[in-house]
Design a protein around this ligand. Structure first.
Ligand code: GTP
Ligand code: MG
Length: 492
């Protein structure tokens, strides 16, 4: 029965693709998505992703399931590109790019080489804001769990200061057939995660919940956190009360695989997760993939249908009527273009004033740092005995003082910039929203389409905090170039 039902879905998809192709170039994206979906269904390629807030341990969990560290992990927000891990005889990687650039392929001798290669493409540190234009990364690995068409997908963490990472994961969701949603105790579950989870539930047909980093917790703490998370899931996301939450330590799991320690693998909670996944994949994968394909195809078709309805509406209108309405709409657009121009002039003025404000702030900061470093210099000078006094000793005390000072000032300055930007850009945002809204409203009225007000765009935000070029602060400078200390001190 399941085979014929699957064939039915496949048959329907094939017919739909044929119909979409007849609609022409305007629907090429939708028909392309449908072709990909049909291909995935016929190959039985099942996309199982790990999702969650940044630093919950997603990459570490996948490494543990694969049996060795192949995906880069770190203490700072790291994974920046969805990484598809699938079955392969040898360890290798294929990097696909957004532009026409030829894919980059690499075969590694061992997992260490593979991580090193991947780091250059999938991490925020080496490929900030995806400046290399990477579309997707495919890793091939011989792990048992990847047999039978399962593809494990590592995703960028949501909610970090790197907004493009959240976007990359949200854009990836439609390709997901099932997901492990990872949380951890620090803190148990955040508002950002709840909002994310609401979107995930709409797009991903099967979800497993996992509490990671359990090695930090006592048994009592585990119980409290699990019941807290269940309560939040029930009240805010509408999850079933009986939702099971696996409790694991991905770090211990990875260690267990490295040491081939079965007891530790059990203790890490990963034996239970692995068993569950293997059972699920053996018995429910085909049906889950079929369901997912149906849902995704329905989403694509809903989009197509809306576009067709709009076209039909405009085609049904008598030509004279349509011309008349278009004329009125064009006049409205000319009027709005004038408003936009004067708005741009005011914005340009505000930009100049904000620039001056920031220059001023930077100058104050420069003066403050000079005074602070002079203080450190003098304090070291007065504390040390003449025989202890050396350039090295002064360099060390400056090197100790600078990171803390910078971190503190960077935090304060970010807040000052953020407040200033809100104050300056807030009124512009409101006017912009009104402008956009009035275009939509005019179009809706003229063409008799139901009008639905769009949600106001979000506040403008600073996408990145100021940061050090390198976070690696040596306790002492290698060598301060001669004269730098003099320059830090005020003249005279
Ligand atoms: N104590 C403890 N630490 C863990 C565990 N799992 C992961 N970590 C640590 O948490 C940090 C983040 O791990 P990653 O696997 O890079 O986290 P991620 O969710 O992939 O992070 P992003 O890619 O930035 O979203 C690393 O320092 C890991 O060693 C765990 O089970 N216990
Ligand atoms: Mg990661």
């Amino acid at each position: 029965m399941s085979i014929s039902r699957r064939n039915n879905v496949q048959l329907l998809l094939e017919q739909t693709i044929g119909q979409l192709e007849k609609l022409g170039g305007d629907f090429s994206t939708e028909s392309g998505n449908m072709v990909t979906l049909e291909k995935r269904l016929s190959e039985g390629r099942f996309h199982l992703a790990v999702l969650g807030q940044f630093k919950r341990g997603k990459s570490t969990l996948l490494n543990a399931l694969l049996g060795e560290a192949v995906l880069p992990t770190a203490v700072v927000p790291l994974t920046a590109i969805p990484t598809f891990v699938q079955a392969g005889q040898e360890l290798s990687v294929k990097v696909l790019f957004e532009d026409k650039k030829h894919p980059q392929e690499y075969t590694a001798k061992n997992s260490r080489q593979l991580v090193a290669f991947l780091c250059d493409y999938v991490t925020e540190t080496a490929n900030p804001a995806n400046q290399l234009n990477v579309k997707q990364v495919e890793v091939f690995h011989p792990a048992e769990i990847l047999r039978n068409g399962v593809v494990l997908i590592d995703t960028p963490g949501i909610g970090s200061t790197f907004k493009h990472n959240t976007e990359a994961t949200l854009n990836f969701l439609p390709q997901c057939d099932a997901a492990m949603f990872l949380v951890s105790a620090d803190p148990p579950i955040t508002e950002v995660e709840i909002e994310f989870l609401k979107q995930v539930r709409q797009k991903v047909p099967r979800l497993f919940f996992i509490l990671n980093k359990a090695d930090y917790l006592t048994e009592q703490e585990k119980k409290e956190i699990l019941s807290f998370i269940k309560k939040v899931l029930k009240e805010q996301v509408g999850a079933d009360e009986t939702t099971h939450i696996f409790c694991i330590s991905a770090r211990l799991g990875l260690q267990a695989r490295g040491d081939n320690d079965k007891n530790l693998w059990s203790k890490s909670g990963l034996a239970e997760v692995e068993k569950y996944l293997v059972d699920f994949l053996a018995h429910e994968k085909t049906e889950a993939l079929r369901q997912a394909a149906r849902k995704k195809a329905a989403d694509i078709l809903a989009e197509v249908l809306m576009q067709i309805q709009l076209s039909v509406k405009s085609l049904q209108m008598p030509l004279d009527d349509l011309e008349e309405r278009l004329k009125i709409f064009r006049e409205k657009l000319t009027e709005l273009r004038r408003s936009k121009l004067s708005e741009m002039d005011i914005l340009e003025g505000d930009k100049k004033r904000t620039h001056e404000f920031l220059e001023d702030h930077a100058e104050q900061l420069r003066r403050k740092s000079r005074a602070y470093l002079k203080g450190i210099f003098e304090e070291t000078f007065s504390k040390l005995e003449p025989e202890q006094l050396s350039e090295g000793a002064i360099e060390r005390s400056l090197a100790d003082a600078i990171p803390g000072f910078f971190e503190h000032e960077a935090g304060k300055s970010t807040q000052v910039f953020q407040d200033k930007m809100q104050q300056v850009l807030g009124p512009h945002r409101e006017k912009l929203n009104k402008l956009i809204d009035s275009i939509r409203q005019a179009a809706a009225e003229l063409f008799d389409i139901p009008y639905k007000q769009v949600q106001a765009t979000q506040d403008f935000e600073i996408a990145r905090r100021p940061y050090w070029v390198s976070h690696q602060w040596a306790r002492s400078f290698r060598r301060i170039p001669r004269g730098v200390v003099d320059k830090l001190l005020p003249a005279g």
